[in-house]
Design a protein around this ligand. Structure first.
Ligand code: GRF
Length: 205
């Protein structure tokens, strides 16, 4: 039996990427991963229901205006109390400060719905990414899983998958195709890859 890497998943919304992780775990595809917490910055996030159904402890941490430090302090408290070793941002829309990110070098993973370095960085989130891809007229887009560092969407790339743009695509249609064809497949693979690597490094040391 492998040791598992305790993983916390941070969400803000529907949580379909979280669901992909839950389903991959149930299918035996994440042997090095266990989920210790799902944290949302929105109490109405449907992802919280998905986590509860899967038996993962849930937490809501809301950011009050101008209270970034207090927000992150609460996040760190939860992460420490559940012993999180890996943090997955799965559609987490709150900004994390440089100080927070620096506490967890190569321990925070994010999924972004484009092929970085296209359509990424400040202001590129949710549908805006797909709107930008369509208005530029690219023929191929996709998704990227990467480590998070202090540069928005600038950390080391772990996995990428291309998705073709089709005639008549709207941002909503494209968003759905990128999720189905790329995000839901890539995120579980990347999380398992990093967790397995952490376990292997530990064994070698
Ligand atoms: C996804 O498109 C993800 O790439 C982006 O936010 C969306 C989250 O969707 N960062 P969900 O909450 O996982 O359904």
């Amino acid at each position: 039996m492998n040791r598992t890497v305790k993983t916390a998943v941070l969400i803000s919304g529907g949580g379909t990427n979280l669901q992909a992780l839950i389903d991959a775990k149930a299918a035996g595809k994440l042997p090095h991963v266990s989920f210790c917490a799902v944290i949302s910055n929105k109490e109405e996030a449907y992802g919280l229901v998905r986590a509860e159904k899967a038996g993962i402890p849930t937490h809501v941490v809301k950011k009050e205006k101008g209270r970034q430090e207090a927000f992150e302090k609460k996040l760190v408290e939860i992460l420490e109390s559940c012993g999180a070793e890996l943090i997955v941002l799965a559609g987490f829309l709150a900004i994390l400060s440089e100080d927070f990110v620096k506490k967890y070098p190569e321990r925070i993973i994010n999924i972004h719905p484009s092929l970085i370095p296209s359509f990424c960085g400040q202001g590129y989130y949710g549908l805006k990414v797909h709107e930008a891809a369509l208005s530029y007229g690219v023929k191929v887009t996709g998704a990227t899983v990467h480590f998070v560092n202090e540069i928005p969407d600038g950390g080391r790339i772990l996995l990428q998958k291309a998705v073709e743009i089709q005639e008549g695509d709207t941002p909503e249609i494209l968003q759905k195709r990128v999720m189905e064809e790329a995000e839901w497949k890539l995120l579980p693979r990347a999380v398992e890859m990093v967790a397995a690597q952490l376990c292997a490094e530990e064994e070698a040391s």
